[in-house]
Ligand binder design. Structure first.
Ligand code: SF4
Ligand code: SF4
Length: 734
């Protein structure tokens, strides 16, 4: 029996945790050190919380079960992090290793200072203690593998999306130091106690025990290792204290801020922007132009960013070579907070604070120069397609799109400075009810049809109101989709009608372009018109109309059942009401190409509203059609480049997004699909893109069709066609 073996453990027959071995009596120093570290950390966190609280709105505490579920899924479950193969392995190893060691340390503390001290009962005994030791050693090895891979990636692979800074080097160094000193500490204890427990339960700490055997070969005097152990114990404890303090300011701060950000992230439909109250005359500021115009959550976003670069890697605007990088947007918010921390007066004595605190209007954030970097430039803000890929990929649920739209709102509503062409589209919509300034009838697209299209003004009550939208009414290519849907509804015997000339643009694109005033001014009369008729459901073939009518109209009194045409057509096929068929060697206008299809996901249909399967289902059920998926599909689909009012702006893309996406579609049709989405095409190829086998790129959005058509013309790619799913179905039921 070794000297000092705890009485509560009894004999050495059963494994029993001997906490504070070799450092008995030093608890007071240890706990004082840890308390000091925690107090310093809490002080720093309190100051940062006060910076966030300078923002608008309050921290939300509603929907607690949903918020807790999000923390379990995204923070503890690492749901999004593990989707990324390389980053997932690295972060998974480090995170789960770190978490297991943290829980292990907490258990040992509870065992020593609570259950044994107050209840004369040990937890860490017997088989549970064996399992505890083996598990912690296994997770220590995961931790080491994760750290080694992280070092290799940062030193050798050096992916563009990561941030390379002294802060991150310090973090890696610190984690190495923590895990290695912890393992060595265990080995020194096992080497010193080898005579007593080495052949029994000591082996369950297999990593530490193996290291201890190496130490004993080198020197078999337990007293030597006992001395080393005491020194290493203090070295490790000081490392832990430094680690705790650095949680407030080093890149490790994401350990605290990320779960907080996940917990407080907004709970509302993804496709719904927060309305501005334009009636309230006391409001002097619309959108974000100054630090304190951001909401509390937007400011918290800035600190929660882990700089992982997943958003950057998924961003079409970044791929295209525009000045926009969503990671920089998040980091710019953080930099702006740091820039103005003195002005905010946080952490200062109240007497000093008065002289520092200045009005929010004096803290501009747009084009702010900070440490040689220009923050939140209008050029970057206008390059966003609002595709939501950044938000979708972000492991800590940062809401980049909301912040970008808020800055646009400031630029348009406060500074009156939209990009030139967008300003023209605003004026067109105000004058003609559509951004094309087309004054022709919204019934013109029906002229080539062989049947009359019913209008609501005559019918008053129908089962289905078909909302055509501006593209479907005026753009010649999109008019084909309108006619295809009309043919399908007729063939299926649906009772339907359109608004015809009562329809006008709701200006959803203007809302994304910062012009909330135009959106509300345009949408309210539409809602009034719709509320004057009776119908069961609205169908629309434009995902932008679908999104705003479904998710945003309810804020203004428009509550309808809205479905996308792909959902409705898939239902008609499933019910057997229409039977498109391309089998039996059929060679009509669409020809062989229609039998070989890849589908391009629209962002506003897919990522915004989770409609991924209906367009695929309806294509897959058509006899004779074969589908192939692109490398980036469903929630990882790549934008066509047209959303967020981009269609109405002059773009400055070095590698146009629509051309990148069309190249990816052709690659898929050619059977060239990389195993890992990280290897998908990111630049427009310098050599001409060739089609091996004629095929079709199916779309479910008029703007995607317009953008991909335009790419096809620019790239002069032959033997493929860009067709809306409705056209494919309508051709198949001829
Ligand atoms: S919404 Fe799309 S384009 Fe805009 S920043 Fe995010 S990923 Fe980039
Ligand atoms: S915003 Fe999110 S995805 Fe982008 S770098 Fe930060 S944590 Fe990563």
């Amino acid at each position: 029996m070794p000297d000092g073996f705890p009485e509560i453990c009894g004999s050495l027959d059963e494994p029993c945790r001997w906490t504070m071995w070799n450092v008995e009596g030093q608890e007071l120093y240890l706990y004082s050190l840890m308390l000091l570290a925690v107090l310093l950390l809490v002080g720093r966190l309190w100051m940062r919380l006060n910076v966030w609280l300078k923002g608008q709105d309050e921290l939300p505490f509603d929907h607690l079960p949903v918020r807790i579920g999000r923390v379990l899924k995204y923070a503890l479950g690492q749901y999004r992090i593990l989707r990324d193969r390389t980053g997932g392995i690295i972060h998974g190893g480090i995170f789960f290793g770190f978490t297991a060691l943290f829980i292990g340390t907490a258990l040992a503390t509870i065992d020593q200072d609570i259950t044994a001290h107050f209840f004369d009962q040990k937890i860490l005994v017997g088989w549970f203690y064996r399992f505890y030791e083996a598990t912690l050693d296994a997770f220590t090895l995961f931790f080491i593998v994760g750290l080694a891979y992280a070092g290799y990636r940062r030193r050798v692979l050096r992916p563009e999306k990561l941030t390379y800074s002294s802060g991150w080097n310090f973090v890696l160094f610190q984690l190495w130091l923590l895990v290695l000193t912890g393992l060595i500490l265990e080995a020194l204890r096992l080497a010193a106690l080898d005579d007593f427990i080495g052949d029994t339960w000591g082996r369950w700490s297999f990593a530490g025990w193996s290291l201890a055997q190496g130490l004993l070969v080198f020197n078999d005097n337990p007293g030597t290792w006992r001395l080393w152990h005491e020194g290493m114990w203090w070295f490790h404890s000081i490392q832990v204290a430094v680690f705790i303090v650095s949680l407030a300011d080093s890149p490790l701060k994401h350990i605290i801020y990320s779960p907080l950000n996940i917990f407080f992230s907004p709970i509302r439909p993804r496709g719904k922007l927060k309305p501005l109250d334009l009636e309230d005359e006391s409001i002097e500021q619309f959108g974000v132009g100054h630090l304190t115009d951001f909401t509390v959550l937007q400011l918290m976003d800035g600190d929660a960013c882990t700089e992982c670069g997943r958003c950057q890697a998924a961003c079409p605007a970044y791929m295209a070579g525009t000045p926009l990088n969503p990671k920089k947007v998040a980091m710019d918010i953080r930099r702006a907070m740091n820039h103005y921390s003195d002005n905010l007066g946080v952490g200062l004595h109240p007497a000093q604070k008065e002289s520092f605190e200045i009005d929010g209007a004096a803290m501009p954030v747009i084009n702010l120069a900070h440490d040689g970097i220009t923050l939140l430039t209008p050029e970057a803000m206008w390059a966003c397609t609002t595709c939501f890929a950044c938000v979708q990929e972000c492991p800590v649920l940062i809401q980049h799109v909301e912040s970008i739209v808020d800055v646009r709102r400031h630029l348009v509503l406060m500074e009156g400075a939209p990009p030139d062409l967008l300003g023209t589209a605003f004026t067109n919509a105000e004058r003609s009810g559509n951004p094309w300034n087309d004054r022709s009838s919204r019934l013109d697209w029906t002229k080539p049809l062989e049947f009359d299209v019913p209008v609501m003004a005559e019918k008053k009550k129908v089962d289905v109101l078909y909302w055509i939208g501006c593209a479907g009414s005026f753009d010649p290519n999109s008019q084909k989709t309108s006619r295809a849907v009309a043919k399908i509804l007729n063939a299926a015997g649906v009772e339907w009608a359109i608004l015809g000339d009562e329809e006008q643009c709701h200006c959803e694109w203007a809302r994304r372009g910062g012009n909330e005033f135009l959106y509300q001014e345009s949408s309210l009369p539409i809602i009034e018109t719709l509320n004057g008729y009776e119908f069961d459901v609205i169908i629309t073939h434009c995902p932008h109309c679908f999104n705003t009518m479904k998710n945003e109209f309810p804020d203004f009194g428009g509550n309808y059942t809205v479905v996308h045409h792909s959902q409705y057509i898939a239902k008609l096929i499933a019910e057997g009401k229409i039977k498109p068929d391309y089998s039996n060697g059929r060679s009509d206008e669409m020809g062989a190409a229609i039998r070989h299809i890849t589908y391009h996901d629209s962002c506003y249909l897919g990522r915004y509203n989770d409609v991924y399967e209906s367009p695929r289902d309806l294509l897959k059920t058509i006899p004779g059609v074969q589908m192939v998926e692109m490398a980036r599909s469903k929630d990882r689909g790549l934008c066509c480049g047209g959303g967020g009012a981009q269609v109405w702006m002059e773009t400055h893309q070095h590698d146009p997004v629509n051309q990148i996406r069309l190249t990816e579609a052709v690659n898929a049709l050619n059977g060239d699909v990389p195993y890992d989405v990280a290897d998908a095409v990111r630049k427009v190829p310098e050599t001409p893109v060739k089609v091996d086998k004629p095929g079709t790129v199916a779309t479910a959005c008029p703007f995607c069709t317009i953008m991909l058509d335009s790419a096809q013309q620019s790239m002069q790619i032959e033997d493929i066609q860009i067709r809306d799913v409705a056209e494919i179905v309508a051709e198949g039921i001829k």
